[in-house]
Unconditional design. Structure first.
Length: 401
């Protein structure tokens, strides 16, 4: 089997849904001479980087032409050691490398008529508990920013009514008085130093409203997207300790492992992170210092399924559990489910509020959603997902042959 072409799709969802203007999934499809195709996703659907992800395939894809797609490890090593920048890492390079790796696994599964999880270890977890993620945007089909504590409580109740026993929220992301949603607004400068009393009060009141709304048994994950410095992260964690937080995600920038360790040493809430760490080398110090309780590798950023599985096994040595980071399109969801099904140290699956949005769902053929808060892995060969050609064709960017 040989690779014959690679198609790239630049899915600017804001054209049809302005509330998703900051979401821009980038997909690829790798085609072969046997008529088997595989799909992958670059993990830069949010933030700044999607345009670069579209472009990285112009550099990475040409060397795939003529390759046997079943030689996944060999191709991974070629990109890592033979491109110069592979050993340097970074989100742009690894988003492209990850998409390619996922697509290759999709092809391999289809070639051998098996779902990917069967090829990487089999079914360790027959069902996957999920949590409702990013409730500061609400929990329904319409995207919006929440400001009032009662709005946070309402979103929490909606998620619990849908069957989730675990929810996640960033209570500091929206701090102004304006109800106008601006996802690209700059974080408060004071977040990098020491929190003002009103900042702590705002976050605490939102979390408290959610806790009182859903009761003591529902797990609440605190997320702050690394917006805090070490001292402000410690301040916030200590302030909300009475609310029984499940774990504290990205309290500060994980690239400084000593800073991350300091937070872990000073608070009584387990820490998580990893969506901005790339390959095993990006996790090494966090794991060796045992400052992280839950790792969150993004299969579409960390190096694909090949590298994700290695990182999860590595984490198991240090008693760290795994919640694969999912904040993209349906391909990201499918890839994550296969990884989480196969590993012994899975803890919970992230189901982002964007996965409820029609313009995101329609990009692919199948709509995988949890039932009563639990996912089951796709059982079709490969990823168990396909592009919806009627929709995706309008996002076609280019093809490399």
């Amino acid at each position: 089997m040989k690779i014959t072409s690679i198609e790239v799709f630049d899915c600017k969802l804001g054209k049809d849904d302005p509330s998703l203007s900051y979401f821009n999934p980038v997909f690829i499809r790798i085609n072969t001479d046997e008529g088997i195709s595989g799909i992958g996703e670059a993990g830069l659907a949010y933030g700044s980087g999607a345009n670069a992800a579209v472009g990285i395939f112009k550099d990475l894809a040409p060397s795939l032409i003529g390759e046997d797609p079943l030689n996944i490890e060999s191709i991974w090593e070629k990109y890592y050691r033979g491109t110069f920048w592979g050993m340097g890492g970074g989100p742009i390079f690894y988003s492209g490398m990850s998409a390619i790796d996922i697509a290759l696994w999709d092809i391999k599964g289809k070639k051998f008529n098996a779902p990917i999880y069967q090829l990487i270890g089999g079914k360790t977890n027959p069902q996957l508990r999920a949590y409702a993620s990013q409730l500061q945007f609400g929990w329904d089909k319409n995207q919006r920013a929440l400001f009032k504590p009662e709005e946070y409580a309402e979103a929490a109740i909606k998620a619990v009514d849908d069957g989730y026993d675990c929810i996640k929220v960033d209570p500091i992301q929206f701090y102004g008085d304006s109800q106008e949603f601006n996802a690209l607004s700059k974080p408060k400068q004071s977040y990098f130093g020491l929190l003002e009393p009103q900042d702590i009060k705002r976050a605490y009141n939102r979390l408290k409203a959610m806790r009182e709304a859903v009761g003591p048994e529902i797990k609440i994950i605190l997320e702050v997207h690394s917006l805090l410095g070490v001292n402000s992260a410690i301040q916030l964690a200590r302030a909300v300790e009475d609310l029984n937080i499940y774990f504290f995600e990205e309290p500060t920038n994980p690239m400084n492992s000593d800073a991350f360790s300091k937070v872990a040493d000073k608070v009584n809430i387990p820490l998580s992170g990893g969506e901005r760490c790339y390959t095993r080398w990006g996790y090494r110090e966090l794991l060796e210092k045992q400052s992280i309780a839950v790792i969150q590798p993004d299969a579409c950023l960390v190096g694909g399924i090949t590298e994700s599985k290695k990182i999860c096994d590595y984490a198991n040595i240090y008693h760290a559990t795994v919640q694969v980071h999912v904040c993209g399109g349906p391909i990201s969801t499918a890839a994550s489910l296969h990884i989480e099904t196969a590993i012994p140290n899975f803890i919970v699956h992230e189901h982002h509020t964007v996965a409820l949005k029609e313009k995101m769902i329609e990009l692919c053929k199948y709509d995988y959603q949890p039932i009563d808060g639990y996912f089951k892995v796709p059982e079709l060969p490969g990823l168990g997902q396909e592009l919806n050609d009627e929709i995706i064709k309008k996002y076609f960017a280019y093809e490399i042959k």
